[in-house]
Structure formats: structure tokens, C-alpha cells
Design a protein around this ligand. Structure first.
Ligand code: IMP
Length: 543
């Protein structure tokens, strides 16, 4: 029986997700045969299923989060989503709301005119006059914001009045960045270094209640607060025999230009306070800081103001449920909208999308070794860099790294490449509160290049074992692979509907949907706005 016939309601879909979650190898052959032998292509919501009927849902609300390990292509999906929200007749304004993470995130959006803009902390609203960006209370704000806003304004013009920073947003200063380095030293390099943005220490101090928020900098007592903090850090550093003022902290403004890791010394207390004062003056002059709680109260029941919650990082980097210890320090799921805004809850959100790369997974983790990771030296940038006799897996990884431009946005560091892992995906999808998937990078495939996917794990005795978060557990499992045929990735770009995609791409999508258990409602085939295909029966808005 076709999957669509078996899945009549949303409850059926959830039941199937649970079945797959606990019995990852059950029904594998049937799903393979349906897609690859009987050509049953089942992608998107099964016809007739009403995706949402929760009375708490607010109209014209959407969340987009990463379903893998960050850098899945969320920025462009957010960008596409702003367009589609603005096409709804009643919508007059879209609020793009960042609710977690900081400028450890990177997202690229590309306008119709081919303009490409890399954002970090600023939400992806700036290409639209009728959109505002909100950096909400769950986000870590650093004074680098000024540079980023300058960079964006050079490209799109003044964003004044359209960018809001919550007065309760957590503040990271150079002290927390220096502390990130100290923590690495203290653990003798055993903890993940992080991106150097001070994210771990800032969230840590939010939890231990010793941190600062934007309001502390804006308030009258600011000099005293930050002067005391400097003294306290100076004592801590001295205890480790280190001089705080000479400590080098990352200089991302310079790195942005040179594409290498640049640093500068933290400086004396006077220099530190001068830099903060400059940022304080800038925030005030630009009038960016607001009580976002009041803004949300006014917009909450107003469907003419659409809300788009933009996640950073990805489910696999969640502090609790990711690939610990190589994770970020926040909750990266849709559920984090609650803490991140203080007003909205996941149940309020009409559409919850998880984004993933269709044919492989990439990540920038320093300690992370995933079960399906391809052993590929960092210096390999393309297949021609490989030594003679390289394995097929190495060739696959090198090609994907090259074709998918899998190099970090700031430093250009090559990312690790792993085969698509249904176990991780199922777990991430379920625990991150999403309801649908959008796949990116369908073009990273070639006709005569088979694609390996991991269907389930077994232990040393061959027993099927489920996914569990944490690198320690993952080091013990063996991935079981299926090898599926590739397709002409270039041909995907011109396809205007699912049935115009190469046949093997359709089958692959159908098989992934069946085995992960979440409707795949769209796919991207390239970086520009046009390279997005929404699947039939689904228009990114369930009308
Ligand atoms: P932190 O978030 O700076 O503490 O970094 C912790 C880990 O998360 C490191 O392995 C980072 O590379 C990773 N990470 C943080 N943000 C992102 C992101 O936006 N994309 C991919 N990896 C990220």
C-alpha cells in the first residue's frame, strides 16, 4: 500500500515518525522497493492531510531552523519565506526574529539582482522594505554588531528604524572572548574551542546569573559594572599567570577582510571601556534598543504582522541534544523560541521547517567525528588534490567539498563531509520540534556518482541500536549503508516541478522522506531565489 494511503492524518504521520525513531531498520526494504522499483514518488504532505489544527497557532508565523549541524542553507530559506509571507494579501510587515545564538552563526542571502550578503548576528530581513529584524533576548550581542550593520548598510542602505535589539539580549564583550581562550587552556584543549565569539562563556554566565545584558550597557551605571568585570577577569587571569590586557582576542572585523584568523590584544581597562563606550554611543545614536516584550504583545494577535523565527546553528549543535561536547551553548530548536522571545511558544507557530543538505552533511566541528564522516585531510579542496589510489569515499568527499563550496565563511577552513545519516536526521527532526523539511543542495550530485546513505546503526555484535546524542556513544556504533544512484545535478536547476527533476532525484527524495518520516516540502537547486522548488499540494503555507 502506498505511503500516502497509509498516512491519512497528521496523527498517522506522527505515529510513523515514532515507529521509525524506535525501530530504525523496520520497513527499509519496502520503502526502497516503493521508490526504486515501483516508482512511487511520495514527497510533501500526503494529499488531504491538514498539517496543523492546534488552536494555539497564530496565523502567518513560521520558524526555520537547521536540522543538521549548521550551514544547511537556512538564510536563503528564510529569505524565500519572507517573500512568500509578503505575498499573503493581509500581511503588511514581516518581523524576522533571531531568538538564539550570536555572531557564531553565518548565513548568506542573495537578492534577485545577484547581490550576496553574509550575515552573522543581524536577521535576514534587510533585502525587504516591509520587513524588520529583531535581535531578541535569547541572542548574544557583541559590539561587532556595529561592523556588521555597516557592512549591510553599504549594500542595502540605511536599516535605521528596521533593526531592533532587545534590551534583555545577552551581552558578550571581549572579556568573554578572552575567557573562551582561557577555558580552552584550562581544559588542556579537551573542550571544543568554539568560534571565539565568547558564546560559551556568555551563555554560561547567563545561567550562573553573573552575566550582563544590553540594558546594563545602556544604563547609567554601565562604567561601574564593566569596570568591576574587568577587575574580576584581571584577577582570574592573573591566577593563571596571564596578563588580561595582553591577551589576544579574535578580531573578526579584520578577519572578514583578510579571510584568515586575525587577533588583537584586549587592552587596558581604559581601552576596554573606551571601546564599550563607543558601542554604547552607537546603539543610542541609532536608537536600536527596545523592550521587545512590548513589541511582541502588540503584534501577537495581529496577523498583518507576520513573524518569522530564524534559527541559528542546527539541531546537531544543541547544547543538550547535539553531538556533545562539540556543540554550541544554546538550545537550537524551535522550542527555544520560548526563552528567546519570552512571549511566543512553539505551539504558536504555524509552520516549522527544518533545513538540511539533501545528499550529504557538512560541519566545521574541531573534535567531531561522526559515524558517517569521510576520512578526508583538511588540505584536500578538490579531487585533483588527492594522492593516486584514493578511495571512492575520499573522491566523493573531495568532489562534494569542491562543488558544495564547503569552506567556512570567515576563515575559509575546509568543512568535514559525511554521508547522509537517517539516524541523526530522524533524531534531530523529532527533537527540534519541526514538522516539515526543506532540502538544499540537490544539485550536488552527478549522474555516475552513487550516493551512500546510512539507514541505521548496529553495535559490535550486529544488533540494531538507535541514535543517541553525544560523540562518546557515536564512536561505538557502525553505520549500515545503502548505495543509491546519483543524478545530473545541473539538470535540477531548470526543473520547475517535482516531476521535472531527474528520476533518481525524485526517488531519492521519496526514499529520504519515507525513512526520515517528515514531509519534504521543498528543495533548492542553487543559491539564487529562483532555485527553489515547492512540492505540489504544499505552497509553504497550508491554505
Ligand atoms: P560556539 O557556538 O562558538 O561556542 O562554537 C561551538 C561549536 O559550534 C563549534 O564547533 C562551532 O564550529 C560550532 N558552530 C557554532 N555556530 C555554528 C554555525 O552557525 N554553523 C556551524 N557550526 C557552528
Amino acid at each position: 500500500m502506498a505511503l500516502a494511503e497509509r498516512l491519512r492524518t497528521r496523527g498517522d504521520i506522527i505515529e510513523r515518525q515514532v515507529q521509525l525513531f524506535f525501530n530504525p531498520s523496520r520497513g527499509l526494504k519496502e520503502d526502497y522497493d516503493r521508490a526504486y522499483h515501483h516508482n512511487l514518488i511520495e514527497v510533501g504532505w500526503p494529499a488531504g492531510v491538514v498539517p496543523l489544527f492546534d488552536p494555539r497557532v497564530k496565523e502567518n508565523t513560521c520558524a526555520v531552523v537547521g536540522a543538521a549541524l549548521g550551514d544547511e542553507g537556512k538564510g536563503r530559506i528564510v529569505d524565500n519565506k519572507v517573500t512568500s509571507l509578503l505575498e499573503i494579501p493581509e500581511v503588511q510587515l514581516v518581523q524576522v526574529i533571531r531568538f538564539q545564538g550570536g555572531n557564531n552563526a553565518g548565513h548568506t542571502v542573495e537578492g534577485n539582482d545577484g547581490r550576496k550578503i553574509d550575515g552573522h548576528l543581524v536577521p535576514s530581513f534587510y533585502l525587504y522594505e516591509a520587513a524588520v529584524g529583531i535581535i531578541d533576548q535569547g541572542v548574544i550581542v557583541h559590539q561587532d554588531l556595529e561592523t556588521e550593520v555597516g557592512y549591510i548598510e553599504d549594500r542595502v542602505g540605511d536599516v535605521g528604524g528596521r533593526l531592533i535589539v532587545s534590551e534583555n539580549a545577552i551581552l558578550a564583550t571581549d572579556l568573554e572572548r578572552a575567557e573562551e581562550g582561557l577555558n580552552k587552556l584550562k581544559s588542556s584543549g579537551k573542550t571544543d574551542g568554539g568560534t571565539g565569539r565568547g558564546i560559551g562563556p556568555s551563555y554560561g554566565h547567563h545561567t550562573d546569573r553573573s552575566g550582563t545584558v544590553v540594558a546594563d550597557l545602556i544604563g547609567r551605571q554601565w562604567r561601574e559594572i564593566f569596570s568591576n568585570r574587568y577587575d574580576q577577569y584581571q584577577r582570574d587571569f592573573a591566577a593563571w599567570g596571564l596578563s588580561l590586557s595582553d591577551t589576544e582576542v579574535p578580531d573578526f572585523e579584520k578577519s572578514r577582510v583578510t579571510h584568515t584568523n586575525e587577533t588583537r590584544s584586549l587592552g587596558t581597562k581604559a581601552e576596554y571601556l573606551d571601546r564599550l563606550e563607543h558601542f554604547r554611543d552607537w546603539l543610542s545614536a541609532r536608537d536600536f534598543v527596545r523592550n521587545t516584550y512590548c513589541m511582541h504583545r502588540d503584534a501577537y494577535n495581529n496577523p498583518s504582522i507576520a513573524k518569522l523565527f530564524e534559527g541559528a546553528q542546527g539541531a546537531g549543535l544543541d547544547v543538550w541534544l547535539g553531538t556533545r561536547p562539540d556543540v554550541t551553548s544554546s538550545n537550537t530548536s524551535v522550542y527555544a523560541v520560548r526563552e528567546g522571545t519570552g512571549v511566543y511558544i512553539a505551539e504558536n507557530i504555524e509552520e516549522k521547517i527544518g533545513v538540511f543538505k539533501l545528499t550529504y552533511t557538512s560541519d566545521v566541528g574541531t573534535m567531531r567525528h561522526l559515524p558517517t564522516q569521510i576520512e578526508l585531510a583538511r588540505e584536500i579542496r578538490k579531487a585533483s588534490d588527492l594522492a593516486p589510489g584514493a578511495t571512492d569515499d575520499e573522491k566523493y568527499g573531495a568532489n562534494v567539498r569542491d562543488e558544495g563550496h564547503e569552506f567556512g565563511t570567515t576563515t575559509g577552513r575546509p568543512r568535514s563531509i559525511s554521508f547522509l545519516d537517517f539516524e541523526i536526521m530522524r533524531y534531530n527532526a523529532r527533537m527540534s520540534g519541526i514538522e516539515t523539511l526543506v532540502a538544499t543542495h540537490i544539485d550536488i550530485a552527478r549522474k555516475n556518482r552513487p550516493i551512500k546513505v546510512c539507514t541505521h546503526y548496529t553495535d559490535a555484535r550486529g544488533n540494531v541500536v538507535p541514535y543517541q546524542p553525544g560523540l562518546k556513544y557515536l564512536a561505538e556504533v557502525n553505520p549500515n549503508y545503502l548505495v543509491l544512484p546519483g543524478w545530473d545535478g545541473e539538470a535540477c536547476r531548470s526543473a520547475k516541478s517535482l516531476d521535472k527533476l531527474p528520476e533518481n532525484a525524485q526517488k531519492f527524495l521519496s526514499f529520504v522522506q519515507a525513512r526520515v518520516g517528515y514531509p519534504i516540502v521543498g528543495v533548492t537547486s542553487g543559491p539564487s531565489r529562483d532555485n527553489l522548488l515547492i512540492f505540489p499540494g504544499y505552497n509553504l503555507r497550508h491554505s
